[in-house]
Design a protein around this ligand. Structure first.
Ligand code: AMP
Length: 191
């Protein structure tokens, strides 16, 4: 089973590309952001807790996220592969993901890093605020905080994955389908 992590800043296009990969190659798409928004919409205890962090553009605590992902993995039916989107976001999450996978005799095949300059990210998030009605996209101060948090806590994980030569950097600027072609040309999602 192929395990892919799609990595990049908020607005890099992780969700869009992860959905396309999951559809084409029959992968399970695990998006912690989507899972959390679902919890918020259903007003669950986890959702109420997470909402406070999400609305400020802060990360939801590691223990909450790790427990959520662990549960999802344990309930997974057989699948061609998994694409993780928006997870891991901290070094602790990355280390925990490795041990979760290890316990299931699995390992990450590729970390797909979507590279997008900061001004493009901000423009995309502004547009998404109008289309998807996401609260954390609507306020420029929250958008800026998410990018700041990404640079401080998430971007350094690349070093962790670079050590194992797992990172494939893809230019994330351009048309959705051209970016998808770039990804498909660089990464083998089959076998
Ligand atoms: P996303 O849709 O991936 O941009 O996530 C939206 C928000 O959910 C983030 O700004 C965080 O507040 C929270 N979130 C999603 N995934 C994680 C994660 N792996 N660790 C911590 N917080 C997360």
């Amino acid at each position: 089973m192929k395990i892919i992590v799609i990595f990049g800043a908020p607005g890099a296009g992780k969700g869009t590309q992860a959905k396309k990969i999951a559809e084409k190659f029959n992968f399970t798409h695990i998006s912690t952001g989507d899972m959390l928004r679902n919890e918020v919409a259903n007003k669950t205890e986890l959702g109420l807790k997470a909402k406070k962090y999400m609305n400020k553009g802060e990360l939801v605590p590691d223990n909450v996220i790790i427990a959520m992902v662990e549960k999802t993995i344990s309930e997974l039916k057989n699948s061609q592969g998994i694409i993780f989107d928006g997870f891991p976001r901290t070094l602790t999450q990355a280390q925990n993901l490795d041990s979760m996978l290890n316990n299931n005799k699995l390992k990450i095949s590729n970390v797909l890093y979507l590279d997008v300059p900061e001004n493009t990210l901000i423009n995309r998030l502004k547009k998404r605020a109008e289309i998807e009605n996401r609260k954390d996209d609507a306020q420029i101060s929250v958008v800026e905080n998410r990018i700041k948090v990404y640079n401080k806590k998430t971007a350094p994980i690349i070093e962790y994955y670079n050590k194992n030569n797992k990172v494939t950097k893809i230019n994330g600027v351009g048309e959705i389908n051209s970016i998808f072609d770039r990804i498909s040309n660089k990464i083998n999602f089959e076998n």
